[in-house]
Design a protein around this ligand. Structure first.
Ligand code: URA
Length: 237
């Protein structure tokens, strides 16, 4: 990795905005290899230099990747004046440039990846990549076997073209059914609209996986963890 300016290093390490970290440097709180540094434009070699703020050792990573088990009631956005966003759920010293990879509706739960790596996000979202997204849903009404065939052919949800083929698995067939569905697109309210096309309402929706990345069952609603190196390796990271 090339040399990094000290103020960028500190901001990326989660210490705050560029102006906040400049103040930290000026006030003598930053040490590089045990030497107090007062200049924010010093160049840091991430592989060799040891940087600390007071007694706290810092670590730099250009990119961060979290898996969040999104609860209902928070929106998939970076900032909002009125509503709580998924980014606000990431509590630790976080970078300021994090964003959610795609969107889940406010009332949808489950897997949401949060990162600052735009290339990675694009590889998960670009229409040409056809990354599978698997959901569990509860449906008001009886989901029938013939719907499996319809979903396989693609459903007219009122857009210019029908949806791409989707895999529908019926788990519980009753007045209130339970299903798994796998789609490869991410159209607005896609799953709700696919069932609406059959006169049915989705009453609970949870994303289980996105490509090779599967929601960790150990995560309660609102909890998150970093993606593992194995999970990132699937995407060349
Ligand atoms: N489809 C929906 O209808 N909502 C979501 O949040 C995701 C997929």
């Amino acid at each position: 990795m090339p040399l990094i300016r000290l103020d960028k290093y500190l901001a990326d390490a989660g210490l705050g905005t560029r102006s906040k970290v400049k103040d930290l440097v000026k006030s003598g709180q930053i040490f590089v290899n045990d030497i107090q540094i007062k200049k924010s434009d010093m160049k840091i070699d991430n592989e060799k230099d040891v940087v600390r703020c007071g007694t706290k050792l810092l670590s730099y990573s250009e990119f961060e990747y979290y898996m969040l088990n999104k609860p209902q009631g928070v929106i998939s956005a970076t900032k909002d004046d009125l509503q709580k966003t998924v980014i606000e759920l990431i509590k630790e010293d976080k970078r300021r440039d994090l964003f959610p990879v795609g969107r889940l509706d406010k009332d949808t739960e489950g897997l949401l990846i949060i990162t600052n790596d735009g290339v990675f996000a694009n590889s998960m979202l670009a229409p040409g990549k056809h990354v599978d997204k698997k959901y569990f849903a509860k449906i008001e009404g009886r989901v029938t076997e013939d719907m499996i065939e319809h979903f396989k052919e693609g459903v007219d949800i009122g857009d210019d073209v029908p949806t791409k083929p989707a895999i529908l698995e019926i788990i519980k067939q009753s007045e209130q059914s339970e299903i798994n569905i796998t789609i490869t697109e991410g159209r607005y309210h896609q799953i709700k609209r696919m069932f609406k096309a059959f006169g049915m309402e989705v009453i609970y929706l949870k994303r289980l996986s996105m490509g090779k990345i599967v929601l960790d069952e150990a995560l309660g609603l609102g909890e998150y963890r970093k993606l593992t190196s194995e999970e990132l390796a699937y995407y060349g990271r």
